[in-house]
Write a protein that binds this ligand. Structure first.
Ligand SMILES: Cc1ncc(C[n+]2csc(CCOP(=O)(O)OP(=O)(O)O)c2C)c(N)n1
Ligand SMILES: [Mg+2]
Length: 532
């Protein structure tokens, strides 16, 4: 007789889950009993936050969700931050956990790992959090989770199994996957209205968001037909080719581009929440003067940060196809000229340190064609958000957007490498951020991941130090003790080198992708300014 825990992994396999990140405990061992009967690979991180960040990196690099197996209580509080990041950036992730015995929940009797209300705690960082009360609920709740991943705005989903349910007999359950397999398409009336509005625009402007990451062809055809300058949010980077005449590249947060967006007579915002971390307008509102067309798969997102005149609730790719077909072609020359002028104006606004970060990242892309860069929340990531244009989608993502947590970049790169083993994958993280999740180096050594880790060492919490200085606030708590990362890396079994110039960086990167373990490539911030 198979238990609910055993059957669960069989159903996960039917849904195409091939990787699970987890640290087993006495409450989750029943999930492991059935694993050898499947082709699912189990990865053991060193902290549940690492599990969540790895699952996030895996999903962003591949577009497919991974699962996490997490113990009751501390496992769930540990992964909550990673779920918060995934929720903010619409990243699919399936978190399966245990919870205490169902008829004792909420009693506060001090059971091992007991929380007063685990379900309630996790609800705030998930699309939904379901407590499985009997094995028979399993097929329906997994179908619901995958309906979110396949056909809605994705995000983390949590399913918790009470200890008595995880061990309950479940042999009779169907192992079939029930997938929605469709993407909701646009209403023809809304498309007609949007096309009329866009056709009449004097100087339209397009913003593409992360919702277009898998709709690059449709996005390109649409903006070419409309002939509009097009800005990309961080999570849409690479959707238009970097040298496309209508692409504003990474320049969205720069003042001339923001101003063009704010003053355009018609704006088309596709698959974006128009959030403040993409416009770097912390605490202020974007304020669009023009008429707005929005496309989003989530109706609530259609109303956030800018109320649209035409709201199209649809998959981005399907709506872009329909809009393209409904629009009469416009002369692209005017749009291209506006784009070139905006690009030139934006380049002048780019801070010199951010321009330098862009050059460092261009050197990474030159050394490693097709590179995927998973970044943390560190200065060269902010710089890259404004100055680096990756060659394609799903190849630049970081935790400076949305939830904005530290410690993401290292495990996210490892997760991305597990999802795309043939692609060069690089982590970009600061000396502060890496200390949040540095234990995951052991995981990557164990797995033999050839991941170069660009460690941006400015001896402290540089961005916050600068922020305090700019506001005349005493710089307290930002000059932290800097350990010897070279020795630490070697102690973990990693390689460790220093980059001393652009050529040395390129060589180090190429060597690191051939190594059987991760390589820390340390870049000293003051030195990099004199790199040639
Ligand atoms: C979990 C968490 N704690 C605190 C912060 C606030 N914070 C944002 S950037 C930053 C500095 C990070 O230092 P480092 O990783 O060395 O990057 P640097 O700014 O020096 O380039 C801090 C403390 C945060 N974003 N996330
Ligand atoms: Mg630092």
């Amino acid at each position: 007789m198979k238990t609910c825990g055993e059957v669960l992994v069989e159903i996960l396999e039917a849904y195409g889950i091939d990787t699970v990140f987890g640290i087993p405990g006495v409450h989750t061992v029943e999930l492991y009993r059935g694993l050898p009967n499947t082709r699912i690979r189990h990865i053991t991180p060193r902290h549940e936050q690492g599990a969540g960040f790895m699952a996030d990196g895996y999903a962003r690099a591949t577009g497919r969700p991974a699962a996490c197996f997490i113990i009751t209580g501390p496992g769930m509080t540990n992964i909550a931050t990673a779920m918060g990041q995934a929720l903010a950036d619409s990243v699919p992730m399936l978190v399966i956990s245990s919870v205490n015995v169902s008829n004792e929940l909420g009693m506060g009797e001090g059971r091992l790992h007991e929380l007063p209300d685990q379900n309630g705690l996790v609800r705030g960082v998930s699309v939904f959090s379901h407590r499985l009360m009997r094995p028979a609920e399993l097929p329906a709740v997994l179908a619901r989770a995958f309906a979110v991943f396949d056909s809605a705005r994705p995000g983390p989903v949590h399913i918790e199994l009470p200890l008595d349910v995880i061990t309950a007999p479940a042999d009779d359950l169907s192992r079939d996957a029930h997938r929605t397999r469709y993407r909701p398409g646009p209403d023809p009336e809304a498309i007609a209205q949007a096309a009329a509005l866009l056709s009449g625009a004097r100087a339209p402007f397009v913003v593409l968001g992360g919702g277009t990451a898998d709709a690059a062809d449709a996005a390109r055809a649409f903006v070419e037909r409309l002939g509009a300058p097009t800005a990309l949010t961080v999570n849409a980077k690479g959707v238009l080719p970097r040298d496309h005449p209508l692409s504003l590249g990474a320049g969205l947060p720069l003042a001339p581009v923001i101003e063009a967006l704010q003053t355009a007579d018609v704006v088309a915002a596709i698959g974006t929440e128009l959030g403040e971390t993409d416009t770097i307008m912390f605490g202020s509102t974007l304020g669009l003067a023009g008429r707005v067309v929005r496309v989003d798969i989530d109706p609530e997102q259609l109303t956030r940060n800018a109320l649209p005149e035409v709201a199209i609730c649809s998959d981005a790719g399907l709506a872009l196809h329909a809009l393209h077909d409904a629009l009469a072609p416009r002369d692209p020359a005017a749009g291209a000229a506006r784009t070139a002028a905006l690009r030139a104006a934006a380049a002048k606004e780019l801070r010199p340190d951010y321009a330098l970060h862009g050059r460092v990242l261009d050197a990474v892309a030159e050394a490693l064609p097709g590179v995927v860069i998973a970044g943390d929340s560190t200065q060269p990531v902010y710089g890259g958000n404004m100055a680096y244009d990756p060659a394609g989608p799903r190849s630049w993502f970081n935790s400076s957007t949305g939830y904005g947590t530290l410690g993401y970049g290292l495990p996210a790169a490892f997760g991305a490498k597990l999802g795309r083993p043939d692609a060069p994958v690089v982590a970009l993280i600061g000396d502060g951020g890496i200390q949040f999740t540095i234990g995951e180096l052991a995981t990557a050594v164990e797995l033999g991941l050839s991941v170069p880790i660009l460690l941006w060492n400015n001896q402290g919490y540089g961005e916050i130090k600068q922020y305090m200085a700019d506001r005349d606030i005493p710089q307290i708590g930002v000059d932290i003790y800097t350990p010897d990362f070279q020795t630490i890396a070697r102690g973990f079994g990693c390689r460790a080198v220093r980059a001393t110039g652009f050529a040395s960086l390129r060589d180090a990167l190429r060597e690191a992708t051939q190594a059987p373990v991760p390589t820390i490539i340390e870049i000293d911030d003051p030195d990099v300014r004199s790199w040639t």
